[in-house]
Design a protein. Structure first.
Length: 172
């Protein structure tokens, strides 16, 4: 039985516009990120998705550190090694230490401060129950703007989706 899992199409098989967009979504080694590169099988999705992802990552109300905490916790909860490994690099660039990155795996009660603990707890609650409890919401409101609260919801949703994509295309 052959394995027909999706993988990125060869760059030489893509139209120029799609190939150029994928170059923008390349990792540090110049290789397009696999979760984005599979979009090339449906080129009309590449540009809009990259626009959305760039707005969320580059123009957010959350700090880059907070964004990466949420991305890592979501990848961990979803069991996505691909997303975890990708965001470890971004987390380091955002100033997270190796110890902090490993503590993300342990969750919100692993020594986080009063600003970061509710972020991690919100990721956990969204993952497990698809809601944020009143207690967690109150803790978030104490430290974050309305824009940051909206963004938090979409960051967790985005990395849940990308983790699902990565897990679905990964050969196990």
């Amino acid at each position: 039985m052959s394995d027909d899992r999706l993988s990125p199409p060869p760059l030489e098989d893509l139209d120029q516009a799609t190939a150029e967009l994928l170059e923008l979504a390349s990792g540090p080694d110049g290789t397009p990120l696999v979760t984005i590169a599979v979009l090339a099988h449906h080129p009309p999705l590449v540009g809009p998705f990259l626009g959305w992802a760039a707005a969320l990552a580059l123009h957010g109300a959350l700090s880059t550190r907070e964004h990466e905490l949420l991305a890592l916790r979501t990848a961990c909860l979803c069991g996505s090694d691909v997303e975890w490994d990708e965001h470890v690099r971004y987390a380091r660039a955002a100033g997270l230490t190796s110890d902090e990155i490993e503590r993300v795996r342990a969750g919100p009660d692993a020594g986080w401060d009063g600003r970061e603990r509710p972020l991690l707890r919100a990721a956990d609650e969204l993952h497990h129950e698809q809601v944020i409890t009143d207690v967690t919401w109150s803790a978030l409101v104490a430290h974050h703007s309305r824009a940051a609260l909206v963004e938090l919801l979409y960051v967790v949703g985005q990395y849940t989706m990308l983790s699902m994509v990565a897990n679905a295309i990964k050969r196990r």
